[in-house]
Design a binder for this molecule. Sequence first.
Ligand code: TYM
Length: 367
Amino acid sequence: MRIVEEAAAAAAEQVVTPWEVSAPEGGIDYDKLVDRFGCQRLDAALVDRISRVTLRPPHRFLRRGIFFAHRDLNKILDIYEAGEKFYLYTGRGPSSEALHLGHLIPFMFTKYLQDAFKVPLIIQLTDDEKFLWKNLSIPECKRLARENAKDIIACGFDIERTFIFSDFSYIGGPFYENMLEVSNRVTFNNLKGNFGLSPEDHIGKISFPPVQAVPSFTSSFPHLFPGKDQLSCLIPCAIDQDPYFRMTRDVAPKIGFQKPSLIESRFFLALQGEGTKMSASDPNSAIYVTDSCKQIKAKVDKYAFSGGQDSIELHRELGANIDVDVPIKYLNFFLEDDDELEHIKKIHFPCWKLKQIMHYETLSYPL
Ligand code: TYM
């Protein structure tokens, strides 16, 4: 009996690794995740501090708790307040022709951070990672990296302060030396626990994590940061990338570098709703930045999980259930105006859902 209960508990357990995100019904329990990963919650006091230090109102991703966790973010703010510099580092594993809206979240936020702090930015395209994990050829991974770079550039980063590179074209020299320094200090046992890898996984997967670790150290980019080996690094990403940087933070002091700081977001949901993130592996779960308005409308109509009630009468009485409704969750990410968002939740939104229920042909509110 106990074995059965334990098996049921394990089956209901959420899984969050860089390669798999799944949760039992009810969605991801982010509180649990913060405790399990050992990162810190990004609370209102810290959001206020970011706003004070940058002399800007907080980004909506901060106001709405979308970026909700961090590691040593205070350290970065201390550095900045002391008049010193830091740099930003983020990335993309090019597994699809275009970015989807979920991928856009860290890039949009990084753009805000770069504008607010006026700091250099490194963007890594892990085309090698996708070769190791997806059934794609090396030329195809390189091509996708180039295509994805266009979407990333379109976010509008400061071209004087931004360096984008693909692993296949850049790795070598001091970058590779740092990779080996990291590899030397991480055991398979440590990796297994952190990343959910097993002895059956091929050694490419096992040897990859140092590749994503070392852009956290300026000495991997001597042409960009000559003589500045100790510049601190802030990494914006979704929380699925945390295992890479837990490992990096463990190793950094052992090889004479600063631990990188992190600021981490929740997941942008799949169209199907709670339980998983929008994923490039499932095209029906995702809206791509290259989708036309017509395609977006068709996907929302067909796949977006609705909080509408079962009948028009019930819907009139209760309104939509905004706790599970996907369109309102998407608006939470993308609609800037807080008052308008509240208004839609309270008044417009139920009407809009009602129209959907009544099979109106067009959506009255754009995503
Ligand atoms: P990738 O390509 O899976 O994702 C790119 C970035 O988007 C985030 N992300 C999401 N954010 C919100 N909602 C979602 N549904 C969603 N799906 C993905 C990811 O957390 C990531 O920040 N190995 C990495 C590439 C990488 C990287 C980095 C990422 C290399 N260096 C440094 C962050 C920081 C990858 O495959 O990301």
